[in-house]
Ligand binder design. Sequence first.
Ligand code: ADP
Ligand code: F6P
Length: 320
Amino acid sequence: MIKKIGVLTSGGDAPGMNAAVRAVVRAAISKGMEVYGVRRGYNGLINGDIMKMDERSVTDIIHQGGTVLYTARCLEFKTKEGIEKAKAKCDELGIEGLVVIGGDGSFRGAADLSAMGVLCVGLPGTIDNDISCTDYTIGFDTAMNTAMELVDKLRDTSQSHDRISVVEVMGRGAGHIAVNTGIACGATDIITKEVPYDLDRIAATMLEKKARGKQNFVVIVAEGIGHSQEIAAELEKKTGIEARATILGHVQRGGNPTVRDRVEATRMGYYAVELLEKGIGNRVVGIKDSKIVDYDIQEALSMKKPYEVDLHRIAEEIAF
Ligand code: ADP
Ligand code: F6P
């Protein structure tokens, strides 16, 4: 029976991470385990920046964005020495299991630490929804709602000026935020790296739509494409319609988590503790068809996530 576990957040923060931390801490305590919060990702494990948590440590955090444990990228943890230091710290404190809330990079670290004998369970935490073994990642819903609200505001001014508004949303290499936000905002075009695009064709269809009475246009560009300023300038040149580019940026990572993020983070956090309680590690937890599932970390990392091609096609087909 595992008696002491740790929890950390790693990589980019995401709204809902606090709800996951709360679930892990409270589930562990309710199952009679001691639980430690590790600050600033794997750095805290290496430097011993670790605090014992009790039920009150996670009071009033379920509604907060960010992460009370702080987060960081830790280069030292990618080295053998770094992992050995982390393992030694776990041994010193008697930490036998660890819940790692983060993305694929963080799970690679969790696999390395699992191989050293610390049972690690990964929870998918990133606004990008780019983790293959799960339909859903903590933070995705809040980030999309934030992006949608901001695009709604841009639309007001774009409409008043008869302009094209080119909006770049986050997502690192993936277009999941872009396509869903695009649908939700009624964007005329969505540009992601998963679907080939052609600015000449986009400009030509804008002019056709303008001839039929459409006066303003919202184009959502995924971060992976970048160049949103250049795209706006090109579209303005090709159509003669004034265009402005907006990069939404890190504001998409903040804010109070939505119901979905709080609920899914809680379900997955609780499940992670159940795995550790059974002595199971080297797993990533996810959600498939609304059910909680878990996979071997290496298997999870080798999976490929399909892009919402149908959603992308539908969005463009009905945007006239
Ligand atoms: P994410 O977890 O969001 O994908 P990163 O790729 O930045 O974010 O990874 C977060 C942290 O996970 C890194 O700073 C590092 O400490 C650890 N990590 C990333 N890749 C590896 C790896 N290949 N081996 C061990 N640890 C890694
Ligand atoms: O992975 C989450 C994310 O916000 C990506 O969408 C973005 O590419 C990246 O993190 C930005 O990272 P940073 O906070 O280091 O600028």
